[in-house]
Ligand binder design. Structure first.
Ligand SMILES: NC(=O)c1ccc[n+]([C@@H]2O[C@H](COP(=O)([O-])OP(=O)(O)OC[C@H]3O[C@@H](n4cnc5c(N)ncnc54)[C@H](O)[C@@H]3O)[C@@H](O)[C@H]2O)c1
Length: 355
């Protein structure tokens, strides 16, 4: 039984990781989260009553608060997901990305090193710091046969991906310089339950249900490799518990799709599941609206995930079709989750938080 400190555990992927650990393992979890606009305690409601779950409202840039968390909970493992994560926001205001993704990761590494260096030899060797990153650090691919591997050179395009690249370099340097037992994973685009509605798939679902335009950047031909978030959570737990120190693992879903096709898939699922449309809407697809492309928009991302499959035996359980159906159904069945995000009341939830 391990005690795992999960940073950013109230976010989209972090909450899936926490639900996986509480529901599928006997390990304990301590979530630390600043609860920015992207943090939502409602995503943790199903596990919040577990005796193996604890929450601390902490900013990873606050070194004193981090030291106190390590002293109180004495974790065996850190899974670091806290980040500013939305590319468009990084273009409008990069400062928060530099602060959390780079400075915050540095503060967390130092607090972890401080804690880890005092452990006895056995615990020190067993300790793990797992940094969760993105395939966007590799830049984009132009040839349709190319894939990102763990040795693809870094070439980030946006302030978001550049800040994540910086954090990846810090993590690897803390292993090389101080011997902190770190691992890094770089994953493709995730989708699934509890995804904040500013991202493509939930935005499309909710706008379609409301009869609003479905914005698609540029020509919609940008290709992303989509992974169902619960498959990602399983992969992350596998890496944190069985991955080799110092290694990097790419995680992907073998699901390359053009953005326009992703939007059309959502529309087709809604035609089937919600045939009664808002007034004036004949077909959900008619709501698709092409908008000015994002500056520096990467054309294609595609992951070669053969290393994690070969070395750790992980493969995704969901296909794009099964994962998308589950996702659309989740949004249809969990209206209160997204209504509270849309009307802002989800942020009031934090008044009742533990810790
Ligand atoms: N979403 C994707 O498709 C994707 C793909 C690959 C990798 N990633 C990486 O996975 C991680 C999680 O992504 P996500 O989509 O769940 O992000 P998210 O934006 O949904 O969640 C981020 C969480 O971090 C918290 N946070 C932000 N700043 C913080 C700070 N200073 N201190 C403590 N907590 C803070 C937020 O409150 C939120 O709960 C990120 O590191 C991201 O780079 C995401």
């Amino acid at each position: 039984m391990k005690k795992i400190l999960v940073t950013g555990g109230a976010g989209f992927i972090g909450s899936a990781v926490v639900r996986h650990i509480i529901n599928e393992t006997s390990d304990s979890v301590v979530v630390i989260d600043k609860l920015t606009y992207a943090g939502n305690l409602a995503s943790l409601a199903s596990v919040a009553q577990s005796e193996r779950f604890a929450f601390e409202h902490v900013d990873i840039c606050d070194r004193a608060a981090l030291d106190a968390v390590f002293a109180q909970y004495q974790p065996d493992c850190v899974m670091h997901l806290a980040a500013e994560s939305h590319v468009d926001r990084s273009i409008d205001g990069p400062a928060a990305f530099i602060e959390t993704n780079i400075v915050g990761t540095y503060q967390l590494l130092e607090a972890t090193r401080n804690w880890w260096s005092e452990l006895d030899a056995g615990k020190k060797a067993a300790f793990r710091f797992h940094h969760i990153s993105t395939d966007e650090v590799y830049g984009d691919l132009h040839g349709s046969d190319d894939f990102f591997t763990e040795t693809t050179p870094y070439a980030p395009s946006s302030p978001y991906s550049a800040s994540k690249a910086g954090s990846d370099h810090l993590v690897r340097a803390w292993l090389r310089t101080y011997g902190l037992p770190t691992l890094v994973t770089n994953c493709s685009n995730n989708y699934g339950p509890c995804h904040f509605p500013e991202k493509l798939i939930p935005l499309t679902i909710l706008n379609a249900l409301a009869g609003k335009p479905l914005p698609v950047y540029g020509n919609g031909l940008q290709v992303r490799d989509w992974l169902y978030v619960e498959d990602h959570a399983r992969a992350l737990y596998r890496v944190a518990t069985t991955g080799a120190v110092g290694e990097t693992y790419n995680i992907g879903g073998h699901n390359e799709r053009k953005n326009i096709d992703v939007v059309r898939t959502v529309c087709a699922l809604l035609e089937e599941l919600v045939p009664h449309k808002p007034e004036g809407v004949e077909r959900y697809e008619d709501l698709i609206t092409f908008v000015t492309d994002r500056p520096g928009h990467d054309v294609r991302y595609a992951i070669d995930a053969s290393k994690i499959e070969r070395e750790l035996g992980w493969t995704p359980e969901e296909t794009f079709e099964t994962g998308m159906r589950k996702t659309v159904q989740w949004y249809l069945e969990n209206q209160s989750w997204w209504q509270q995000v849309l009307d802002g009341s989800y942020q009031g939830e934090r008044l009742g938080l533990k810790g």
